[in-house]
Design a protein around this ligand. Structure first.
Ligand code: GTP
Ligand code: MG
Length: 501
């Protein structure tokens, strides 16, 4: 019987033929099949019901708010992310403090290495009459504004290397174990597959001969924050986050502690300070500067503070998504999912990310104003501020991002101010600024106008220019701005007054 029926049913319908019961089915088999089919249908209905419930819930629930952080390397993207974490998930942020200890240590060692390299260059200079040849370097950006790389300025100053004494050379020798510490820290921070060590420039980057030599130095970049954090959690004692000592006898922190006094002596030595000045190196403006706190950060019981974590420098590799739930109260009673995307700002990639992020509610673009007298680590013929302007232009003009809100942070204004106050002439690097006053108000307003002009001219369709002068290592002022941004995006209602401060 079933054979006949199934034949009739399957005619012209291959799918029905496949689904049809087997030709010689017994009554017992038929019952079992019908029971199995009923069970399968029950399960399938339950799945459908769940899917429908989820779809309804998703329709009802507000969409997640998505923000992409963009900007050149060292512009402050990851630091801004840390501010979002501190604002929305302070407990989780603080629970990970101990993991940052090694990063701070690595930063200290790198700063000391910059000094040791500068000393080596001074020694070489005094040992011979060698003077470096003038390498041709592009001095201006033709289309936007004229920006000089500054190499010739640094070259002039280098002629005044103060001579080093035997005491200096002894100090240099005693600090050499730090080089092994750097290796050990790098190995620990980059478990297999989680990071990469790349050639990069560590100095303030005035493009001098010294900088070119240092371009061969390495900076580590990590892919997944969790991989390296995990390693350090395992290294720590049980109550480490409360300030317990590292229990591991191989902890590189022990060597740092042993070298602390020598590092302090070196950093405070007037000849060394003069030497750094002569070579145009401003360590205090470099990322991850902790030399004014050596005793504290090398103490065996040292646990980084919020400020230390924000100042610690660890280069980002790749892209990472960070999820938060914005708590009720911030958003007037509703709770919303917030997703922040942090990408590595290496030059070859920064602009390439953009098209993958056309569904962002906002792009937060960081342009460090302090880079006006620096060149890129990746390409020393390019002025950093000029590079930021070009990247900004490419984001503004990208048709895929035409409807995305762009929020500009003119960042690192603390370093920017310090440089101007130290007498570094803005107009000497940003040639188009000419000889207008070298003060913060005029120079910052000039740059804001430049970025605003590009935004206006290159946006595919009209949109508002949101700009803020920031120093994202300052958590207090940054949290006010970020709160404003979170709320503005949620309500699709940017408060231009508070954002264009
Ligand atoms: N003084 C000062 N330092 C800052 C400021 N913003 C960031 N920094 C420091 O600059 C360094 C680089 O910041 P990051 O946030 O790591 O830069 P990034 O844009 O994520 O860089 P990549 O990961 O290489 O793309 C860190 O050591 C920060 O502490 C600022 O406004 N002022
Ligand atoms: Mg980063």
């Amino acid at each position: 019987m079933p054979v006949k029926n199934s034949k009739i049913v399957t005619e012209g319908d291959p799918l029905a033929w496949v689904m049809a019961p087997p030709p010689n089915e017994s009554e017992e088999q038929r019952q079992a099949r019908i029971a199995a089919e009923a069970e399968a249908k029950r399960i399938s209905d339950a799945i459908d019901e769940e899917l429908q419930r989820q779809a309804k819930a998703q329709k009802r629930g507000p969409k997640p708010v998505k923000i992409l952080l963009l900007g050149q390397s060292e512009s402050g993207k990851s630091t801004t992310l840390k501010n979002f974490q501190l604002l929305n998930t302070p407990k989780a942020f603080r629970a990970e403090r101990a993991s940052w200890r090694a990063v701070v240590h690595l930063n200290v060692v790198r700063s000391i290495r910059v000094i040791l390299d500068a000393m080596a260059e001074a020694q070489a200079y005094h040992a011979s009459t060698y003077s470096s040849p003038n390498t041709p370097i592009r001095t201006h950006a033709p289309d936007l504004f004229h920006a000089a790389s500054g190499s010739s300025l640094a070259r002039d100053a280098r002629a005044q290397h103060p001579p080093l004494t035997a005491e200096h050379l002894k100090l240099k020798l005693r600090l050499s174990p730090l080089l092994q510490v750097e290796e050990a820290l790098i190995r620990k921070l980059t478990p297999v597959g989680s990071g990469e060590v790349e050639a990069t420039q560590r100095t303030s980057g005035t493009g001098s001969h010294a900088d070119r030599a240092r371009a061969l130095d390495r900076e580590i970049a990590v892919n997944s924050q969790f991989a390296w954090k995990g390693v350090f959690h395992r290294m720590m004692g049980r109550n480490s986050s409360d300030g317990e000592e590292f229990n591991d006898p191989d902890d590189p922190g022990h060597v740092l502690h042993a070298c602390a006094e020598d590092m302090i002596t070196l950093w405070n030595d007037p000849t060394i300070k003069a030497l750094l000045r002569a070579q145009g190196i401003r360590i205090e403006d470099m990322p991850g500067f902790f030399l004014d706190s050596i005793a504290r950060v090398t103490h065996p019981k040292y646990i980084p503070t919020d400020d230390d974590i924000l100042r610690a420098r660890l280069k980002t590799l790749g892209v990472s998504e960070h999820r938060f739930t914005i708590k009720e109260g911030f958003t007037g009673g509703i709770s919303r999912d917030l997703r922040i995307y942090d990408v590595g700002g290496h030059r070859s990639l920064a602009a390439a990310w953009a098209p993958f992020f056309d569904d962002m509610n906002a792009i937060l673009f960081l342009a460090p104003l302090s880079g006006f007298d620096q060149v890129l680590a990746e390409d020393e013929s390019v002025n950093r501020l000029e590079d930021s302007v070009l990247l900004w232009k490419s984001i503004c003009s990208n048709p895929l991002l035409g409807k995305t809100n762009l929020i500009l942070f003119l960042n690192k204004i603390d370093i920017f101010r310090a440089k101007l106050e130290a007498g570094i002439q803005f107009g000497q690097y940003i040639i188009s600024y000419g000889n207008r006053p070298n003060d913060y108000d005029n120079t910052s307003a000039y740059m804001r106008r430049k970025f605003g002009q590009i935004h206006r001219e290159y946006s595919p369709q009209a949109r508002t220019f949101y700009c803020h002068f920031t120093s994202v290592t300052d958590t207090k002022s940054t949290s006010t701005v970020l709160l404003d941004i979170q709320e503005s995006i949620i309500y699709q209602n940017f408060k231009s007054v508070s954002l264009t401060g």
